[in-house]
Design a protein around this ligand. Structure first.
Ligand code: AKB
Length: 316
């Protein structure tokens, strides 16, 4: 039986991954771990705990106390905040990953799932149809931590026998919980601006093309890679997954088609623009399709329709 611990459980992805895992594996078998957060009411149906991933002993106790055999490690400081607070980024993104892997090994955990990101690529990476296996060399703290995560995960799998898996997530678009501190967050904030005020000022320039994905596909990518047949996998923590790529101007046009009169302005933030400029604009995900049948459901139009419908209902 699966006993799953999810770190970063109350964040943008955790808030949707935990219910999906509870549906599939039973509410009592999925332990949501936040850090100094009040437990959101929608998590009251199952077990919750408080874990600082930068503290090995807290992870060790949570895994032991709840007899965990699988960890989804989502706790992470995102790209823009990591540039501003390198100390916190190091504690969470480097020590946190190391602690999770060591605590998993020490307690006989079967599997660890940990997302990487498009941030694991850098300015020297081919930006168009970025291959799965190519030059990485990111120039951000967050990106460096994701390369560290990929390499450590692959090491623990091949050398130490812990089954570690992960995908390189693009910017994630969702309506339940707003992301904070990322570079791709404009693609969520724009929907709030469009519905509330009919306008939005983007902190990325109009032609900044980035890979993006709608939340249901992101949740599927994590569960699908976790449940894939190990014998088919030639990679472990470093799978490109793609769904759509667009610029702020293209997203604004798609919204304007549904909300006539929507006004897009640009108020570029140099920090986040420079991070975005170092990332690919479109990933080639052939390897994930071949090794575990990855296939996304949402393109730009399907995502915009679904976002507007659900966010209008939420904000009404
Ligand atoms: C960020 O913008 O930092 C994240 C990511 C692409 O990993 N959404």
């Amino acid at each position: 039986m699966e006993r799953i611990l999810v770190t970063g459980a109350y964040g943008q992805i955790g808030s949707e991954l935990v219910p999906a895992l509870r549906d599939r594996f039973g509410v009592d078998n999925v332990i949501a771990a936040g850090y100094k957060n009040t437990v959101p009411p929608q998590f009251f149906d199952g077990p919750n705990t408080d874990v600082d991933v930068a503290d090995y002993s807290q992870l060790d106790s949570a895994i032991m106390d709840h007899q965990v055999d699988t960890v989804y490690h989502l706790g992470s400081v995102l790209s823009a905040l990591a540039e501003r607070d390198r100390k916190q980024a190091y504690a969470v993104n480097f020590s946190g990953v190391h602690n999770v892997l060591e605590a998993a090994l020490a307690n006989g955990v079967r599997q660890v799932i940990v997302p990487s990101s498009i941030a694991a690529f850098g300015p020297e990476t081919p930006a168009h149809n970025t291959p799965n296996d190519t030059v990485q060399k990111p120039n951000t703290i967050y990106g460096i931590s994701k390369v560290f995560t990929e390499l450590m995960g692959n090491y623990y799998t091949t050398k130490l026998g812990l089954d570690v898996r992960g995908v390189r997530l693009p910017g994630i678009i969702s309506w339940k919980v707003e992301p904070t501190a990322g570079t791709t967050d404009y693609a969520v904030a724009i929907f709030y601006g469009a519905i509330r005020e009919g306008r939005y000022a983007s902190f990325l320039g109009p032609d900044t093309c980035l890979p993006m994905m709608y939340m249901p596909d992101a949740v599927s990518s994590l569960i699908d890679v976790a449940t894939a047949d190990f014998d088919r996998l030639k990679h472990h923590v470093d799978y490109n997954v793609a769904a759509m790529s667009f610029t702020p101007a293209e997203l604004a046009t798609a919204i304007e088609r549904r909300i006539p009169g929507f006004e897009m302005q640009y108020d570029v933030d140099p920090l986040r623009q420079s991070i975005a400029d170092s990332w690919p604009d479109k990933l080639d995900d052939t390897v994930a399709r071949q090794e575990w049948d990855w296939s996304p459901r949402y393109d730009l139009d399907a995502m915009v329709d679904d976002m507007l419908e659900n966010l209008r209902r939420k904000l009404a």
